[in-house]
Each structure stands twice: as C-alpha cells, then as structure tokens.
Design a binder for this molecule. Structure first.
Ligand code: HEM
Length: 409
C-alpha cells in the first residue's frame, strides 16, 4: 500500500506525545485511537515540556456532545491545542471560529449567503471546469503529483476568487498558509509559523484598506462594508476573518482531495465501484470527508465545571476533540476501518458540529465532488508513481505529495 506507516501499539500510549507533529505524520495511530475510545475515552494528558496538560476526547458520543455544548465550553481562548497551550489565541473574539454567543451569530450571518449552496452556484461552474482542465492536463503528461497539480490548485483558486485575492498573489499566499499550521518537513519553528501568519494578516490589512475606496464583488469588500446594529466590523475582525477563510478554505480541502486519491490507490475496489457509477457523489464525498478527516482535532476550554463520559472536568481545563478517532468509532460506523463510498448514513464529525459547524461545508463538498466526478469521467487507470508524503502537524492531517500515473478514456 502506498504510504503505509508503522502501526503503533496501544502499549505505547503512555509514552506518546499527541501534541507532537511528527507522531501523526509518521505513525498509524488506528489501534491507539481504538484503545482510547474503548477503554479511556476521556483521558488526561499531563503537563509536558512546561506546557499545560489537557483532556483528550476520542469517542464520537463525547466529541459530538462537546461541539454542541456552548454552555460549558468556549472557543474564545482558541480552538486548537497549540494555541491553547501557548496561552490562548490572540484572535479570540476577533475571528468567527473564536467568537461565541450573540456576536458569533451576527458575524456568521454576514457570510452565510456567500457560502450557501445557492451563493456558490456560479463559482461551482468554474470549479468543475477547473477540475476537468487540471485532470485533463495531468492525463496529457501521463504522470502527475495529484497533491500539488490538482488538490492544491482548486481550493486555493476558489477561496482566492471569493476573497478577491488577485492571481498574481496566490502562490505567495499558498506558500504562507501552508506553513502556518503544518509543514512539509519535520522542522518548523514557531517563529516560522508566526512570521507567515503575520504576513498574511498584513496582506489582508492592505487589501481591505484598498477595498474601502475601491469596492469589488468579493468577501473582503463584504466584510469592510458590513454593518451590525449600525456599526461596521473592527479592522481586526475583518483581517482575522480573511485569515481564517484563506486558511480554512485552502488547507483542509487540499488534504481531503489529495487523500481521496490516495484512498483510491489503496482501495482499487472502491475506485472501480466509483468508475462504474455504482455510487452517488453525495455518499462518496461524505466518505472521503470521514476517511481523510483533515482537521484531526479541534479544541475548547471548559468555562463551567462539567462531567463528560463520567469524568469531571474543571473550569479552565483544555479539552481536545479528536475527530480522527470519533470518525472511526465502531459504535457509530459499521466496519469503520473500511473505506466504503456508498456508506450511508455517515455521521462523521469532520466538519465539526453545533454553532461552529463548518461555514465552508458546501464549498468543500463542491470542490471534492468536482474532482471525483472529473476523475470518474476522464480517467480509466490510476496507479501509484512513487511514495506519497504526509504533512507534519498535530492539527491538519493529510498528504502534500501523491505521485500517480493516469490513463484516460
Ligand atoms: C469551521 C473543518 C472547509 C471555513 C470548521 C470546523 C471544522 C472545519 C472541524 C469547526 C471548528 C470548531 O468547531 O472549532 C473543515 C474541513 C474542511 C473545511 C475538514 C474541508 C474538507 C472549509 C472551507 C471553508 C471553511 C472550504 C471556506 C472558506 C470555515 C469557517 C469556520 C469553519 C469560517 C468557522 C465557522 C464558525 O465558527 O461559525 N471547519 N472545513 N472550511 N470552517 Fe471549515
């Protein structure tokens, strides 16, 4: 199987550092997650290297419940482990995903229409055309790196079109966003990620300033001109939300698309079923989302003492929700370790849940669906052409390189 990794045994759990970016990239944790959600679904990780301890939730039941519980948990101090252990996210209450309560609803409302099925219809036509074109070009070459030639390009173009980032700036934006939460090498210093993040924030500060005097039909203009109860968004809200959209819109979907092709290489029976038209695009996209789980975890902070899965959590505690484990929970999914495109129902938590449920869910589905359909319509043979490469992160999971040989109809 291309890209298979050593399977870690549950005996090793006590020595594992789940915050370690290299662990998730280089090891298969399937058995570790199974053990945890069966025997210790709410596990305490002790403080380590001077950083705070945290709870790990691995069962689907608990992960789903916490996504929906805004009474006992908040996102406002951060929603990923590194930010919370680093003392909290500086974008708290200035970015949609890190805002709770009334303000969250107000800011989300500004963006809802753009990201609705209807709002994405025109962009959808362009995305489908782009998927066909990129896969057509790959077919002409015969060999391609699906992760860089296709999976990277479509989400980047789509979110840049929506935000109003001009084509000349897109490669630079990609280079920055792809180093903010993950990297292609094991070495990424917090300073590198910090620099990249600040450059992106500076870029959007500049872009939004320009849109105030020269409005355009894009999200940056939408955010700069929006009014809530008679007031505009603050400069920080505008810039941090652009940052969040470029990151959320580009990186996660890139991982899902690259991961879909890797899954086809590993499961030729599913590739054939897809090619023969035995499966609908809706169930196929959901299974790709479940199987790839690009956001491996999300996190919250306890604001009021609460009991989860029989364990008491205290106000101030950091809680991590491991989507990667919840999506393989045998109490919810039949034969969870099978990649099965016809799976239905498919109650994965890949896109979160509750009030912070992914704003870009239609866009993500549209992009993944467009690639799957183009593969089905244009490609007959799909073979590995080398070893895939995984990114290094404790948050984002997936592949940054999937070399393949493609043959067409
Ligand atoms: C929220 C995953 C695609 C924008 C979320 C959350 C998850 C998630 C797990 C919940 C965060 C939390 O509860 O703290 C994914 C995955 C994607 C994807 C796996 C692709 C496969 C997109 C796209 C966009 C986007 C294409 C578009 C711009 C957002 C935003 C939020 C969000 C703005 C915050 C929503 C809120 O707090 O109300 N996403 N996402 N995502 N996502 Fe996505």
């Amino acid at each position: 199987m291309p890209g298979s990794r050593p399977i870690l045994s549950p005996d090793e759990i006590d020595r594992l550092d789940f915050a370690d970016r290299v662990l998730h990239s280089t090891c298969d944790l399937t058995e570790v997650w199974r053990h945890l959600r069966t025997h210790e679904p709410v596990r305490r990780q002790s403080p380590r290297d001077g950083l705070a301890g945290y709870w790990m939730l691995t069962a689907h039941r608990d992960v789903s419940a916490v996504y929906r519980d805004t009474t006992h948990f908040t996102s406002e101090r951060g929603n990923v482990l590194d930010a919370l252990r680093g003392g909290g996210d500086s974008a708290g209450r200035r970015m949609l995903s890190l805002t709770d309560g009334v303000r969250h609803g107000e800011v989300r409302q500004i963006l809802t229409k753009t990201f609705s099925r209807r709002g994405l219809e025109v962009l959808g036509v362009r995305i489908r055309a782009m998927a066909r074109e990129l896969i057509g070009q790959a077919l002409e070459r015969g060999t391609c790196d699906f992760a860089t030639d296709v999976a990277k390009e479509i989400p980047l173009a789509a979110i840049c079109d929506l935000l109003g980032v001009p084509p000349r700036d897109r490669e630079r934006i990609f280079a920055l966003t792809s180093t903010m939460v993950a990297s292609e090498t094991p070495v990424l210093t917090p300073a590198d990620a910090w620099r990249a993040k600040n450059e992106v924030l500076y870029y959007f500060a500049h872009l939004s300033e320009g849109r105030r005097t020269a409005p355009a039909d894009d999200i940056v203009t939408l955010l700069t001109s929006a009014r809530v109860n008679g007031s505009g968004l603050t400069d920080d809200e505008i810039v941090f939300n652009c940052y969040s959209l470029i990151l959320g819109g580009g990186e996660t979907t890139r991982m899902a698309i690259g991961g879909a092709v890797l899954a086809f290489l590993d499961h030729p029976d599913q590739w054939q079923a897809w090619q023969r038209g035995e499966v609908t695009v809706e169930t196929a996209v959901d299974e790709v989302l479940r199987w790839t789980t690009p956001s491996m975890h999300m996190a919250r902070t306890v604001v009021r003492d609460v009991t989860v899965g029989g364990t008491d959590l205290r106000a101030g505690d950091i809680v991590t929700l491991w989507n990667v484990s919840a999506n393989r929970d045998e109490r919810v999914f039949e034969r969870p370790d099978d990649f099965r495109l016809s799976r239905h129902p498919n109650k994965h938590v890949t896109l979160g849940g509750g009030s912070h449920f992914c704003l870009g869910s239609h866009l993500a589905r549209l992009e993944i669906g467009a690639v799957l359909e183009s593969l089905r319509d244009l490609v007959t043979d799909l073979e590995p052409a080398g070893e895939p490469a995984r990114i290094y992160s404790n948050f984002l999971g997936g592949v940054c390189s999937v070399p393949v040989v493609l043959k067409g109809r």
